[in-house]
Design a protein around this ligand. Structure first.
Ligand code: NAP
Ligand code: ZN
Length: 354
């Protein structure tokens, strides 16, 4: 297959350190959209991957699956996009298109997904959005609503859809109900915004006392619960209808179950590197439900972007230059981010020693 030169920043071993990297991308074919990457969000999954936390990283790996940019070329079969369109690419760039999941627009649950990076694909490997351009089959490309900025909009492509999809699927949208958001990072802060847009009361459950004021004043949560404060946790026992758990590290579920009412639902989207213990007694005694959820399919991702356009929902971002990525990753590993790093790719990649 023909290919063309690309450049970006890659990790080459499990130190996770990123540095400039040249590689090849496939040529634009009939069903493909090529986009010049302007911005790319920094997801904790990028960090898990460069550190090989999950044990399946193949190096070198260029991370990045919150990609926003401009269409520079379309293949002859492409009807939905044209040059100059403001588009995005999220976690997935291909799937089998034939299985039950793909036929139901649930490509995120296809047994043969092709992830945006760190996946074998057409005789090579996919590489992500910490790079200058990408070529993607049109089915896996999203259109940005005109009113959404591409920098603060980019994180919606993973962080946004990963919390929106379970909230819809598990029915965590009934106005007036009480949602707990565990972990106030990239996913968590967008979950607050969806919760408020759905008319829920939202409480942040956080391990970081420094995030309290902004959770309330800036992100508009109704209340803040410090998970390390036993008295406040006790006082909140049995008060929540739903919890969305976005915590990236191993943590105890028993205290979260305690916050749920009878019939409460806890949905976990975080992907810690080791299994969590499942406390059966509180689950059974309170007829509680625990579920998991992956990022959503393409149709739902477009629906989510349109919803964000309508409700003016974007991420709160710290815009960084490409050569600040290693510092940003270090901060992300310490839960020190407000609330998503986004790389200003187009304005900083070319000046980075390549
Ligand atoms: P993030 O921005 O780093 O946020 C994670 C938050 O978890 C932190 O800000 C922190 O919030 C909390 N946390 C971290 N370490 C903790 C610890 N030891 N104990 C308690 N709380 C801790 O990460 P993210 O990008 O939102 O991603 C969150 C998780 O979701 C990651 O595991 C990621 O891989 C996963 N993910 C899954 C999907 C999917 O499709 N299912 C998609 C995207 C991401 P506080 O400071 O408030 O405690
Ligand atoms: Zn992600």
């Amino acid at each position: 297959m023909a290919s063309s030169n690309a450049f970006g920043w890659a990790a080459t071993d499990s130190s996770g350190h990123l540095s400039p990297f040249h590689f090849t991308r496939r040529e634009n074919e009939a069903d493909d959209v090529t986009l010049k990457i302007l911005y790319c969000g920094v997801c904790h999954s990028d960090l898990h991957t460069v550190k090989n936390d999950w044990g399946f990283t193949t190096y070198p790996v260029v991370p990045g699956h919150e990609i926003a940019g401009i269409v520079t070329k379309v293949g002859s079969n492409v009807t939905k996009f044209k040059e100059g369109d403001r588009v995005g690419v999220g976690v997935i760039v291909d799937s089998c298109k034939e299985c039950e999941s793909c036929q139901q627009d649930l490509e995120s649950y296809c047994p043969k997904p092709v992830f945006t990076y760190n996946a074998p694909y057409k005789g090579t490997r996919t590489q992500g959005g910490y790079s200058n351009f990408v070529v993607v089959h049109q089915r896996y490309v999203l259109q940005f609503p005109g009113n959404l900025p591409l920098d603060a909009g980019a994180p919606l492509l993973c962080a946004g859809i990963t919390v929106y999809s379970p909230m819809k699927y598990y029915g965590m949208t009934e106005p007036g109900k009480h949602l707990g958001v565990a972990g106030l990072g990239g996913l968590g802060h967008v979950a607050i915004k969806f919760g408020k847009a759905f008319g829920l009361k939202v409480t942040v459950i956080s391990s970081s006392p420094s995030k309290e004021a902004e959770a309330i004043d800036l992100l508009r949560a109704d209340s803040f619960l410090l998970s390390s404060d036993p008295e406040k946790m006790k006082a909140a026992t049995g008060t929540m209808d739903y919890i969305i758990d976005t915590i990236s590290a191993v943590h105890s579920l028993v205290s979260l179950f305690g916050l749920l009412k009878l019939n409460g639902k806890l949905v976990t989207v975080g992907l810690p590197s080791k299994p969590l213990q499942l406390p059966i007694f509180p689950l059974v005694m309170g007829r509680k439900l625990i579920g998991g959820s992956n990022f959503g399919g393409l149709k739902e991702t477009q629906e989510m972007l349109d919803f964000c356009g309508k409700h003016n929902i974007t991420a709160n971002i710290e815009l960084i230059k490409m050569d600040e990525i290693n510092t940003a990753m270090e901060r992300l590993s310490k839960a020190d981010v407000k609330y998503r790093f986004v790389i200003d790719v187009a304005n900083s990649l070319s000046s980075s020693n390549i």
